[in-house]
Every structure is written in structure tokens, then in C-alpha cells.
Design a protein around this ligand. Structure first.
Ligand code: FA5
Length: 342
């Protein structure tokens, strides 16, 4: 009896193997004949062998043979059904095409650069302040010492929204807003967008970013302004930069200066350079000591306190960091350009 049980087991695994290899109807038919043929089928032969089993064990062995027979019949039936189904599903797509890649958004290079500036000033103990892009004439001009009809107003081609409202031409109004709210010591920066009615060229665009800086405290001198800007610009440009201070004029600072850096595009070697005009220098910011009248306008005693302020073009500074010869590249939305920075 043990013999017959082993035989059933061996036959079952060779049947499973045969079934796994049967790839078409013909091989399935052959498998059926091998196991279930009435005369010489392997299961028919097993049944014939039953008569050699003792009568006491015969019912149990007979049951196992029958179960195996049903198993074979059922498997053959199931498998023949799957062969009837179409084996090759037709796709309407070309599976050899490359997959669709989803691009993840990334911050704009100017925003990344703005963050870098913020981090340097945060390390120097400055706070970050905010102010509105739609300003009143008072904050954009008057409180900064530009009375109505002052000729210095002409330096900024202003976009007016109404007689009194305008798109701020610089971030300097935030100096006033902060000094109205906080009393010295003040050490703040304000990065943000500003607007001017300008004809675009490689170094001028009508909407750009500035970062305003303001320090007001006891005993602040021009040396503090120079030291702070030199330290900041060296951190921003990794030391590799030439800096020069040039006398200038702003109604809200006295004395005033403009700060130039050595042209990073031509390195001062191209007389025809479209960026520096061949001078080898490019202006990146305006600065100066806060005019005493401005301190008076916000009720800070100029006899006691003094301060310095600066306003730097972020786009223009980024342009020179990345050695890009045209500011407009940042805003043309050419992804091939933008992606280089993410
Ligand atoms: C001002 O806007 C002053 N508010 C700066 C200031 C602040 C002076 C505090 C004193 C104290 P100016 O117009 O020069 O100054 O602009 C400052 C910087 O903004 C420039 O040096 C330049 O880097 C950038 N900038 C000016 N116009 C444009 C423009 N059209 N496109 C891109 N960047 C510009």
C-alpha cells in the first residue's frame, strides 16, 4: 500500500511538471492521454493495481487514486480554458517609448539667491522685515526727504496707480515703516520686489528685487557701513570680488555712496563688454548714512542716534555671481536656463 501511495505522489508531481510545460492544445491533449486514457492511462493502470491491495486498505487507497484522477481532470479543464483566451493582449501604445517623467517644481534662481542673502544677514544678527509693494507717495518719497516736485523723484520712473498710490520704486519705504514701529537699536533687512518704468536691457528690467538694509543705534558711523557691506559681499561672492565705494547722492542719506564690484562677466578685459560698458565695474547698490531729517520724520532723536542704510539689486547681484551676461534671462521662463540652478 505504501508503494501505491508513493506512486500517486510521484505521478502527481510529474503531472504538475507536464502541465507547466504544456504550451498549446496539442500538448494538453497528449497529457490527457498519458494520464486518463481508458486503456493505458497512468491513472487507469493505478486503478488496475488496486486489486493487489489488501481489502482492508483498499477503500482508502482507492479514495486517493480517485482524488488524484479528479485533480488531473480539473487541472486539465482549467488550463484548456486559459488556452482558449487570447494570450496576447493588444496594446494601443508603444511600449518602447521612454516613460513620462514628472518634473518636480523648484524655487526660481532669484528666490534661491534671495535666501542666500537672508542667511548671511541672519548670521550677522539682522532681522528680516516686510513691507507692501503698493505704497503711498508718503512712504516711497516724502518721508524719505523727496518733497513733491523734488528733482530726485525723476531718477525713478514711477508707475502710479492713483494720485497717491504707486508701485514702490525701491525697498527704502520699509526703512520708514520699521522705524515707525521699532525704536533703536534696529538692525534689519527687507528683501522684496520693486517696480520701475524702464526699458529692459542687459542690466535693467522693470520688475526686480532689492534688499534694503538699515542699522540705527548709538555711535553708528560710515566705517560700520563699509565694514558690514564688505563682510557681506565677500561672503556672498566667496571672497573673490573687487569692491569700490563711489560718492553719490540720495535725498535720504548723507553722505551717500554707490558700491561697484569688478565686472565678473569680462573681468575688466573687454572694452566692448555689454554689461560694464568696458569700464570693468558694475554698480550693485546704493548706500549712505541715514539723513538726520529722516530720523526726525519717525521721531528718532538724530542727536542721540545715527544709522546707515543700503539698497542692493538682488537680480543684478545674482547675475554677476552666476556670470550671466543678461538679466532678462531670469524672467524669460526658458526651463533649460532655469533648471541649471535647481
Ligand atoms: C535705490 O533704489 C536706493 N533706494 C538705494 C539706497 C537704499 C540708497 C538705502 C541709500 C540707502 P538705485 O536706484 O541706485 O537706489 O537702485 C539700487 C540698486 O538696484 C542698483 O544698484 C541696482 O543693483 C538695482 N537696480 C536699479 N535699477 C534696476 C533695474 N532696472 N533692473 C535691475 N536692477 C536694478
Amino acid at each position: 500500500m505504501v508503494d501505491l501511495k508513493n506512486k500517486i505522489r510521484a505521478l502527481r508531481s510529474s503531472f504538475d511538471e507536464g502541465l507547466a510545460q504544456a504550451g498549446d492544445k496539442d500538448s494538453l491533449k497528449e497529457l490527457r492521454n498519458t494520464y486518463l486514457s481508458r486503456k493505458k492511462g497512468r491513472i487507469t493502470l493505478l486503478l488496475k493495481e488496486l486489486k493487489n491491495v489488501s481489502p482492508t486498505e483498499r477503500p482508502e487507497v482507492g479514495k486517493q487514486v480517485n482524488e488524484f484522477k479528479n485533480y488531473v481532470a480539473q487541472k486539465l479543464e482549467e488550463y484548456s480554458k486559459t488556452l482558449e483566451e487570447p494570450r496576447h493582449i493588444k496594446f494601443d501604445m508603444d511600449l518602447t517609448l521612454p516613460g513620462k517623467r514628472r518634473y518636480r517644481g523648484a524655487p526660481h534662481p532669484i528666490l534661491l539667491y534671495k535666501k542666500r542673502i537672508e542667511q548671511i544677514f541672519l548670521l550677522m544678527g539682522f532681522s528680516i522685515e516686510d513691507g507692501p509693494e503698493i505704497e503711498t507717495d508718503y512712504y516711497n518719497f516724502e518721508a524719505l526727504n523727496f518733497p513733491p516736485h523734488h528733482p530726485a523723484r525723476d531718477d525713478w520712473d514711477t508707475l502710479y496707480l492713483s494720485d497717491d498710490l504707486l508701485l514702490r520704486t525701491h525697498t527704502s519705504p520699509v526703512q520708514i515703516r520699521v522705524m515707525e514701529k521699532k525704536k533703536p537699536p534696529i538692525r534689519m533687512i527687507n528683501p522684496g520686489k520693486v517696480y520701475r518704468r524702464e526699458t529692459p536691457d542687459p542690466t535693467h528690467i522693470p520688475m526686480f528685487y532689492q534688499v534694503e538694509g538699515l542699522v540705527v543705534d548709538l555711535g553708528i558711523t560710515f566705517a560700520h557701513l563699509k565694514g558690514t557691506l564688505e563682510c557681506f559681499l565677500k561672503a556672498l561672492y566667496n571672497e573673490k570680488i573687487k569692491i569700490r565705494f563711489r560718492p553719490s547722492y540720495f535725498p535720504f542719506t548723507e553722505p551717500s555712496a554707490e558700491v561697484d564690484i569688478g565686472c565678473t562677466v569680462c573681468r575688466g578685459e573687454d572694452r566692448q563688454c555689454r554689461v560694464c560698458g568696458g569700464s570693468g565695474w558694475i554698480e550693485i547698490l546704493g548706500a549712505g548714512m541715514v539723513d538726520p531729517q529722516v530720523l526726525k520724520n519717525v521721531n528718532i532723536d538724530p542727536e542721540k542716534y545715527s544709522g546707515f542704510a543700503f539698497g542692493m539689486g538682488i537680480d543684478r547681484t545674482a547675475m554677476f555671481s552666476f556670470r550671466i551676461p543678461d538679466l532678462r534671462n531670469f524672467y524669460e521662463n526658458d526651463l533649460r536656463f532655469i533648471r541649471q540652478f535647481s
